[in-house]
Design a protein around this ligand. Structure first.
Ligand code: FES
Ligand SMILES: [Fe+2]
Length: 432
């Protein structure tokens, strides 16, 4: 349970809020590049951290991100003319450059100094991994760009799926902090249905996950943010099934997949306090992705321009009661929509003074306390996780069978050994 104050502190992301300030100290995704593919094309509206922005690619190919409403009298620049060097407002022709300077104010007299003193809000951008990234914080605090392991993969080895979600980002993110829920929410009764629906993301590991619905949960802080491990019993004596997640500040996570399976990275992007985008980033560093298999796990596709699916709170996410009897636990099809269904069902911002947390919520509790502490440390001027030159972004998560007496933190070494065809990590001295 949280106090009402802490619930606000952890959910409000607008300019000037403590969490908004914290998130603004990181490079974050603003859009996917397909939204601004065409040079000189229509600017697109972008909601990010409670701000209304427009993203665009000018006729010379230069991307930009700026406040949606014109600094003159507020007309939307989403309607604007996309010109070399910036956007021109339809109403009176003011032109705003990529860096926010106002390069033209045609109705003003030539001697006017107004355009030299006035500045529009614009944010720096970078293109990488199919995403337009931005930094919305103070220039003096800009961290190095986060070099995630999937950013520079060749065509076919990276798939970015963006999905709109109608609730505060924290409700979504807390699902990824919760290793016990798949045993219920994502359970299929029929083995063949399960095999098909999980074929893109670790059928073998998911099926074993289902054998222990009360995993032992472990959490620890890392220089990047935190690491979570869920250790499950198996039928084989001496063998545990371990799943880990690696968290990178402020809202990124590597989700566990099995040996030689494609990997999954997620970002929880607050649009405002009441909605968010999830970026599901599927990648494989060694081979092309099996895209149809990934979408079969997903169950549904989202696409430009709204990145929604037909499932909403109003239609109860198309829940099928018959399917609940003989198909699966939730009656909602597709793992991502199952997650979204329960998270949206909690209301836009859940009142966490009303919750009753149990043992399985250990990582949720840890994350909340950690972020509250990091926000305080930010105010004290301390360095933030994953913002220094030494930050390590080359991380992965693991879903692996390993000896029950080995530390869960070694899961990545065990999965890498198994991928290399070894029985155990080469340099490891087995305990006991
Ligand atoms: S409102 Fe944009 S130029 Fe006047
Ligand atoms: Fe889930």
């Amino acid at each position: 349970m949280l106090t009402s104050e802490d619930n606000k502190r952890l959910t409000q992301v607008g300019p000037g809020t403590p969490l908004g300030n914290f998130f603004r100290r990181y490079w974050i995704p603003a859009a996917v590049l397909e939204e601004i593919k065409e040079p000189g094309g229509a600017p697109v509206r972008v909601g990010l951290l409670g701000e209304k922005l427009v993203a665009f690619r000018d006729p010379d190919g230069e991307p930009g991100l700026m406040k949606e409403h014109c600094p003159h009298r507020g007309a939307s620049l989403a309607y604007g003319r996309n010109e070399s060097g910036g956007l021109r407002c339809l109403y009176h022709g003011w032109k705003m450059a990529h860096n926010g300077s106002i390069s033209d104010m045609p109705p003003e007299p030539p001697e006017s100094r107004m355009k030299d003193v006035l500045k529009h809000t614009a944010y720096p951008v970078q293109e990488a991994g199919g995403i337009l990234w931005t930094y919305m914080g103070p220039a003096e605090n800009m961290p190095p760009f986060p070099r995630f392991p999937w950013l520079d993969l060749p065509e076919g080895q990276l798939l970015v799926v963006k999905m709109f979600q109608d609730n505060n980002y924290l409700q979504g993110l807390e699902g990824d902090l919760d290793p016990a829920h798949p045993n219920y929410l994502h359970k299929d009764f029929d083995e063949e249905i399960a095999r098909q629906s999980w074929s893109g993301a670790g059928w073998k590991s998911i099926s074993n996950l289902m054998s222990d619905g009360a995993p032992a949960i472990h959490v620890e802080e890392t220089p990047q943010l935190m690491r979570v491990g869920a250790v499950r019993k198996t039928d084989e004596p001496g063998v545990a099934y371990v799943r880990t997640t690696e968290w990178v500040a402020p809202f990124y996570t590597h989700i566990a997949t099995g040996p030689n399976e494609s990997q999954l990275f997620k970002a929880w992007l607050p649009i405002d306090d009441y909605s968010c985008f999830t970026f599901y980033i599927h990648y494989d560093t060694r081979k092309k992705l099996d895209v149809p298999a990934i979408y079969s796990n997903w169950g549904h596709r989202t696409q430009y321009p709204d990145y929604r699916t037909p499932h909403t709170l109003e239609n109860k996410h198309l829940q099928d009661r018959k399917m609940m009897v003989d198909g699966n636990f939730s009656g909602v099809s597709g793992a991502a929509v199952q997650d979204r269904a329960v998270q949206e069902s909690m209301g836009a911002i859940f009142d966490r003074t009303q919750e009753h947390l149990g043992t399985s919520d250990k990582a949720v509790i840890f994350y909340r306390r950690l972020i509250l502490r990091k926000m305080r440390e930010m105010q004290e001027g301390k360095p933030l996780p994953a913002t220094t030159d030494e930050a390590n972004f080359n991380l992965r998560a693991a879903s692996v069978y390993m000896p029950v007496d080995q530390p869960w933190q070694e899961a990545v070494r065990w999965i890498e050994a198994q991928e290399a065809g070894l029985k155990e990590p080469a340099s490891m001295e087995l305990k006991g």
